[in-house]
Design a protein. Sequence first.
Length: 256
Amino acid sequence: MRRTSHHQDDQRATCAGASMSVTERATPRVVIVTGADEAFGFRVRGWATEVCAAARPRNYAVACFDLGLSEQTREALRSLGVLLIEPGWDFDVADSVRTNEAYLRVLTVRPHLRDHLPGYDVFLWIDADVHVQHAVAIDWFVDAVRDSGMALVPQVHHSYRHSEQTMNWRAQRMFRYFGAASAQRTLWETYYNAGVFALSADAPHWDAWKARFATGIAATQGDLVCDQSALNEAIHADKLIVAPLPAICNWLCHLS
């Protein structure tokens, strides 16, 4: 997740009740981020309530990329102190995608978080449909990036059921982006889910992820937008170090 302009509707990014501005925040300066359109309006309001409750005592900032929220949802998020950002397209996707699938900006923005939100040391992305049940998982993500640069969760657990459809979904996208060798490798290499991750601002993963994503989008003429395929390719092909966290830090209900 071409640089694009975006509008930030507030100069403060702390949750309501926190007393420090971005410039005053102690190191590490952490921002927890998501993105949503109004189809996820109800979910992102619940997400913000849970995340801000965890972020407030830690003096973490919270931000949301506005992909088409209603004014009612925007006001609800602002009341919690959530910073709203309206992104453009961070990659050159097809016109049909721009017109019919504008919500996919939530994927193209992720390798570019540090560009949209400068001044932070750690970026923690949590998808808007994630239920944050225990705040300790946030601490694990933030702590894990100290030595590795990136923390995320493999799609591995003895309770998960990986169907032929699931495996084909992975392989087909990898094939379209990077060819047969990458598609084959994704069937046996550790596969990471990009719905929740933490990245340090100075990690090499950002540039590798952007480059692989740009390659995949170009290979598909901008018709296929899949940041997770690009991230997994970058991790394995570029031999990036990651800190794998347990499945409870990003439990995938559709696999269990």
